[in-house]
Design a protein around this ligand. Structure first.
Ligand code: URA
Length: 235
């Protein structure tokens, strides 16, 4: 690759401005100042500096939202040979799912190669909200709603206060929107278990300010600038 293009790819400056830096003798390749035009470098092996400081190509960051369907595991590979969410993504760069949805759960799953953002999203101190729509067996009573809101015991520890909205409820089933701010293993299913209810269907509709909206099952989209700014704004 030509040196000026490589420097531009590293974010040093525009190609033309990099030509100027080269002409001024401020660029070195493998310790030797290069001040002619047209020099070619190998980005994998050559050590390139500008004003004595090493430069490197910044890797492009991706932030995507996948509508995970049921029947996929949220890992990069699965020892049981089951389908993984990576089978639904045709981006060549290695991306990683942020947090986890169970095999039987569908909905919003963020994938990124930005480790910093992934940490911020999952760090307990940030208490990022996750909103689930749950269909459960039987009617849900006000007392049960109050229990979920206050916190129920899972593994000997109370869950944080949760938001509960009953969308519909009859003797057969109820549909409940549950907002939680932790990410314990199978938390939603176990919260309902704690009040004696079976979860028949579980879908995550939002992670923080990122909403699933009308994204079809199995499809993904790139997050927009506002959504990425939100993710980066987390402390
Ligand atoms: N809670 C669950 O029980 N399952 C999920 O997949 C996510 C939250």
């Amino acid at each position: 690759m030509r040196l000026n293009k490589y420097l531009a790819d590293c974010g040093v400056a525009s190609r033309r401005a990099c030509d100027k830096l080269i002409a001024e003798g401020r660029v070195a390749v493998n310790g030797k100042i290069v001040d002619q035009m047209g020099v070619v470098v190998n980005p994998d092996n050559d050590h390139v500096t500008v004003n004595g400081k090493r430069v490197a190509v910044k890797h492009k960051t991706y932030y995507i939202l996948l509508h995970k369907p049921k029947g996929y595991v949220t890992t990069v590979s699965d020892e049981l040979g089951r389908r993984t969410v990576m089978d639904l993504i045709d981006i060549k760069t290695r991306l990683y799912p942020v947090g986890r949805l169970d095999y039987d759960t569908e909905g919003a799953l963020i994938l990124t190669n930005d480790g910093d953002v992934a940490n911020k999203l999952t760090h307990p101190k940030n208490q990022v909200s996750k909103v689930y729509v749950c269909r459960i067996s039987g009617e849900i009573t006000n007392a049960e709603v109050a229990k979920l809101e206050r916190g129920v015991e899972i593994d000997g520890k109370l869950t944080l206060p949760a938001g509960v909205k009953v969308l519909e409820s009859d003797v057969h089933h109820s549909r409940v929107e549950l907002t939680i701010r932790e990410g314990r293993n199978r938390q939603v299913r176990r919260m309902f278990e704690a009040i004696g209810k079976d979860v028949e269907f579980l879908k995550r509709v939002a992670v923080g300010e990122i909403r699933l909206g009308g994204l079809s099952r199995g499809k993904y989209r790139f997050l927009n600038e506002k959504e990425i700014a939100y993710l980066k704004s987390l402390k």
